[in-house]
Design a protein around this ligand. Structure first.
Ligand code: ADP
Ligand code: MG
Length: 249
């Protein structure tokens, strides 16, 4: 199968005053369609920089990034904005919900950019919130919800238009460990059911027990890139969630 995401000799150099920081130094990776890929490594190793490059949020200093057949590293900002709205979903550590909007309106927002009529948008938002176990909270505003609930709204918003790839940078970084596992289980179940490629940055090595592929970065380089076996994944799901993913029990 052709990879859904590929980087070729990717480099990102930041200038800080006179200094040059090589946040990414010659990264060549490939991620297969439908994979759950965890990017792990210690703080400052380059995880967020790599994710931002894969998602077209920042331009590389040199090298290439492909999503499907499209070279996103060669797109203009305008082309990228359209591409992201059409094909990509994002989940943020700090949820990034709009405080003046209800849960349903927040979830419906990406569909507005796709030109879906308001009634249909809200219908899909309600369905997605139901899948996240948030029935009855549709008209609540973010400040009226717990962190776990807010992140479930964030997840619903990322999944609502069935994007090709979802990018998440430390999505459970602000949640306690029980909520982290619940939310992670929901993200994974949804990705697997919809066949969406899910790429998650985390500094918590343990969370990578749920991944199909684990890419470890150190000092801006890929230290290892491991595809995990079915057996390892079954054991990982059991350890993290106490159960298998839906449809795999
Ligand atoms: P991680 O997400 O693994 O903690 P980052 O990708 O955020 O790491 O950062 C990698 C390196 O690049 C660090 O040394 C960081 O200080 C540097 N860096 C990241 N973003 C910038 C920026 N916008 N300007 C300057 N240096 C940056
Ligand atoms: Mg980071």
């Amino acid at each position: 199968m052709a990879p859904i995401i590929q980087t070729i000799h990717l480099k990102k150099i930041y200038r800080v005053g006179q200094e040059r920081v090589a946040a990414l130094n010659d990264v060549s990776i490939a991620i297969e369609p439908g994979e759950v890929c965890c990017i792990v490594g210690q703080s400052g190793s380059g995880k967020s920089t790599l994710l931002n490059q894969l998602a077209g949020l920042e331009k590389p200093t040199s090298g290439q990034v492909f999503i499907g057949k499209r070279e996103i590293s060669a797109m203009s900002e305008g082309e990228l904005a359209v591409f992201r709205q059409k094909y990509l979903g994002f989940i943020f550590q700090s949820y990034n919900l709009l405080p003046s909007m209800t849960a349903a309106e927040n979830v419906a927002l990406p569909l507005m950019f796709k030109g879906v009529p308001r009634k249909e948008r809200l219908k899909q938002a309600h369905e997605q919130l139901k899948l996240m176990g948030l029935t009855g909270r549709e008209n609540h505003r973010p400040t009226e919800m717990s962190g776990g609930q807010q992140q479930r709204v964030g997840i619903a918003r990322a999944f609502v238009g069935s994007p090709k790839v979802i990018f998440a940078d430390e999505p459970t970084g602000n949640l306690d460990s029980a909520t982290t596992r619940q939310v992670l289980y929901q993200m994974l179940s949804m990705s697997k059911q919809k066949g969406i490629t899910y790429i998650m940055v985390t500094h918590e090595q343990d969370l990578a027990l749920c991944a199909d592929r684990v890419i470890t970065v150190l000092d801006g380089k890929v230290q290892s890139d491991v595809v995990r076996s079915e057996q390892q994944k079954r054991e990982g799901y059991q350890k993290l969630f106490g159960r298998q993913l839906p449809g795999e029990e």
